[in-house]
Design a protein around this ligand. Structure first.
Ligand code: PHE
Length: 447
């Protein structure tokens, strides 16, 4: 990446490079670990439909809003609000940084699980073909007090190492090579899963909605996951937007990233859910679902240990590219606004986030009885981030663009969207009214 905009701020060299990096932020554990188990817990097809509905209305609008704020300001989220307007709006930027801390703390715990599973798959996890055994392996692993913490630390250290070097050293190249490999492997695994005996029940669960079972919890879960999955509501896309060259079309980029992310999530659904039914697992099993089901699928393919290891390694990379974007929000703030050098900023923030992740990790084992409103620490952090902080960030970002800085983010000469955007009027109405009202209504009805 050439530093065309000054020494310290890099830029993506190509449009494709940016799309892959932004897709790298969006595509991660949210798609492959979280989406299938949320769909499993929330009525399958009903969840899928709600999720798709939110993605292509509110999601894509907020995505465009964030990219435009980022490119028009060329700043981290705190700096962006300060630069474009200032005053109370800067608080939205601070909320973004805080959300980055919260999400990364539990995200890194699950990132650690994927590293552990890459290691375990390579070293004999699949020596059994008894699908049920994978359930107890997972349970024993996550409830151990030390092992998951060790991998959480490894994952965090990797994230810090990349961010400390700066976004222009490697994120783009890594994504460009590895995301396509992940995609091909997903296609192959989907085919295997869909051809397992008994898979049809899983397909029906995923595609045939039973709206009689719909409830407010499902609607919130789908909305929250639309934000989580697209990396929206906490400035990650703003930060990446700030590195975008001026000639790139923002609506085009938003459409691409949104579509790729959705495609991968839907594929993960077709990979995990048919296999869940084929092996007789419980679709409502929660956060362990993907980790129990995938080894069972690998145990049913030739060279399963090889493909399983490869898959988990790629999943680690996908998780890392998302984690990088989370930490980057925090670090870009510390570097730009607090003038702390990149390296100590990354290491310091990483250490604090690691510590914050410890109770999340232990809540699957020795601290499982420490609960609040029936939820353990991990669930509380996840709920707070996905279902409260991100949607609230989405409301504020929409209002900001729709009412406060619309002219600025449309001004192509200032790095905004430019006049060629045919949907500008509709988009503005969505930002002014539709998105804030819909999100607020869903949040309020949830309480
Ligand atoms: N979108 C990422 C995923 O699906 C997670 C993420 C959320 C990343 C918010 C950045 C910001 O895994």
């Amino acid at each position: 990446m050439a530093g065309a905009e000054g020494k310290s701020r890099g830029q993506f060299t190509t449009r494709l490079g940016f799309i892959l990096a932004a897709a790298g932020s969006a595509i991660g554990l949210g798609n492959i670990w979280k989406f299938p188990y949320l769909a499993g817990e929330n009525g399958g097809a009903v969840f899928l439909i709600l999720y798709l509905g939110f993605i292509f209305t509110i999601g894509i609008s907020v995505m465009l809003a964030e990219l435009a704020i980022g490119r028009a300001s060329k700043k981290n989220p705190v700096g962006a609000f300060a630069h474009l307007k200032g005053g109370k709006w800067v608080a939205v930027g601070f909320m973004s940084v805080l959300t980055g801390f919260v999400i990364l703390s539990f995200y890194s715990v699950v990132g650690g699980w994927t590293i552990a599973y890459a290691v375990k798959t390579a070293t004999g996890l699949l020596s059994t073909t008894d699908a049920k055994a994978f359930g107890s392996t997972f349970g024993n692993f996550v409830s151990d007090p030390m092992e998951p913490l060790f991998y959480h630390g490894v994952f965090m250290a990797l994230t810090v190492a990349v961010v400390a070097k700066g976004v222009d050293n490697g994120i783009e190249k890594t994504c460009r090579v590895l995301m396509p490999v992940l995609f091909v492997l997903l296609v192959v695994l989907c085919i295997r899963s869909l051809t397992l005996p008994g898979a049809a029940k899983g397909v029906a669960f995923f595609l045939e909605p039973d709206f009689s079972k719909i409830n407010a919890g499902m609607v919130i879960a789908a909305l929250g996951h639309a934000f989580f999955s697209l990396s929206l509501g906490m400035g990650a896309m703003m930060t990446y937007g700030s590195y975008l060259p001026r000639q790139t079309s923002l609506p085009g980029a938003a459409l691409w990233v949104t579509s790729l992310d959705t495609l991968i999530a839907v594929m993960a659904g077709f990979l995990v859910l048919p296999a869940v039914f084929a092996f007789g697992f419980d679709p409502g099993a929660g956060p362990g679902l993907t980790f129990i089901t995938l080894p069972a699928v690998f145990s049913k393919i030739p060279f399963g240990a090889f493909f399983g290891t490869l898959f988990f390694v790629l999943l680690v990379v996908a998780a890392l590219t998302s984690a990088i974007s989370l930490l980057e929000v925090v670090v870009a703030y510390l570097v730009d606004e607090k003038h702390i050098a990149r390296r100590p900023a990354a290491i310091g923030a990483g250490a604090v986030i690691f510590a914050l992740g410890i109770p999340s990790s232990l809540s699957f084992g020795i601290w499982s009885d420490v609960t609040f409103l029936g939820k353990g620490f991990f669930d509380i952090m996840d709920y707070l981030a996905s279902n409260v902080l991100l949607p609230t960030g989405g409301i504020l970002i929409s209002l900001f663009v729709g009412w406060v800085v619309f002219a600025k983010v449309m001004d192509g000469d200032q790095g905004g969207i430019g006049q060629g955007f045919r949907w500008a009027k509709v988009w503005r109405i969505v930002c002014q009214y539709v998105a804030p009202a819909a999100i607020a209504w869903i949040l309020i009805s949830g309480f």
